[in-house]
Design a protein. Structure first.
Length: 332
């Protein structure tokens, strides 16, 4: 970023990943947060940080018209991220239309643009997990829900714009986040990480329930996900903003799939308890669509020059449990 005190606009800045980005930049940058606080506790995600301003999403256009030239970058994390959301018009308005408008604004006013895509764009994974940004490869993906489709819709909009040599920001990067965990996700309810859900049970010495496998190639609890600590995601965003010649659509996971059983055992270990895990049938309504494997292909980000090591699952879970979940103040 620039030598002067940088200025960053973070959409979704009161949310999970967004608030961790705010926490990173607030000590040395002028950070403006665009978000709705609503009626839950997400205001606590911001309470420890000195932010320059807080604006509602519906005020963003007017705000940028007046103060847009102040910003070095827009980090666009704002979205409806619930995979169970049924109001598809609202999803498109929040996840696609706003992203498209910000892309156009950043192109017109030469502002750098980092945005959140999602591993949900890969759907069941039958087309693989390769972060190829070509229109042809993106067209092969089949998301399983409206959230994943809305993210893919914008990825394809970007690819089409670039293929047609349309206007684009001076730097742009889309990040396909995999299974992110860490502090400040508490407002997400059912969409929060499995760690935050099983922690109170494990802490109280109760048995944790995981889904039984209904696939012959996977043992019970052996369903695999690419779990990534939110601090690793923040480091990747910061690296991109430190390397303004890097552009592209990138996976952001660890590149190493781990099982839900591993995850649960790591929580118990962080609490110095013996694992107590019970396996229950996967609900019929999701059984046929249940994913058994996700793993980010990370070669593209590595080839772009990113060399930071990703946090091992056991280390990341121990940090989350001991320094946040098990404390009186779990917020970053």
């Amino acid at each position: 970023m620039a030598n002067r005190r940088p200025a960053v606009l973070v959409t979704g800045g009161a949310g999970f990943i967004g608030s961790n980005i705010v926490a990173h930049y607030a000590p040395f940058a002028d950070v403006v947060v665009c978000d709705r606080l609503e009626q839950d506790e997400r205001w606590r995600n911001l309470a420890k940080h000195d932010i320059a301003d807080l604006i509602a999403p519906e005020e963003l256009g007017e705000f940028l018209a007046v103060r847009g030239d102040e910003f070095d970058a827009i980090v666009h994390m704002g979205a409806i991220s619930a995979t169970t959301e049924r109001d598809v018009d609202a999803i498109v308005k929040n996840n696609f239309a706003l992203s498209r408008d910000l892309w156009r604004w950043c192109a017109e006013y030469s502002c750098r643009f980092i945005y959140a895509s999602s591993a949900a764009t890969y759907g069941s994974g039958e087309a693989g997990f390769l972060d190829d940004q070509s229109p042809a490869e993106l067209a092969r993906l089949r998301p399983l829900n409206a959230y994943g489709w809305s993210k893919l819709l914008f990825d394809r909009h970007v690819a089409r714009s670039l293929a047609g040599d349309g206007p684009h920001p001076p730097q742009w990067a889309g990040l396909k986040f995999f299974n992110v965990y860490g502090p400040n996700e508490y407002h997400k309810g059912e969409m929060a990480s499995v760690i935050s859900k099983i922690f109170p049970l494990a802490q109280q010495g109760e048995t944790v329930k995981l889904f039984r496998s209904h696939h012959p190639d996977y043992e019970d609890g052996g369903q695999l996900r690419d779990f990534i600590q939110v601090a690793d995601c923040v480091r990747a965003v910061d690296w991109l903003l430190q390397n303004e010649d890097v552009n592209g659509l990138f996976n952001l996971g660890t590149g190493k799939a781990r099982s839900f059983a591993d995850l649960a055992r790591a929580v118990f270990s962080a609490l110095d308890r013996e694992p107590a895990i019970e396996y229950i049938d996967t609900p019929l309504e999701i059984r046929d669509r249940y994913q058994y494997f996700t793993q980010a292909e990370m070669a593209k980000l590595r080839e772009a020059g990113y060399s930071e090591e990703f946090t091992e699952l056991e280390d990341g879970v121990a940090d989350y449990v001991r320094n946040y979940l098990a404390t009186d103040d779990p917020y970053r």
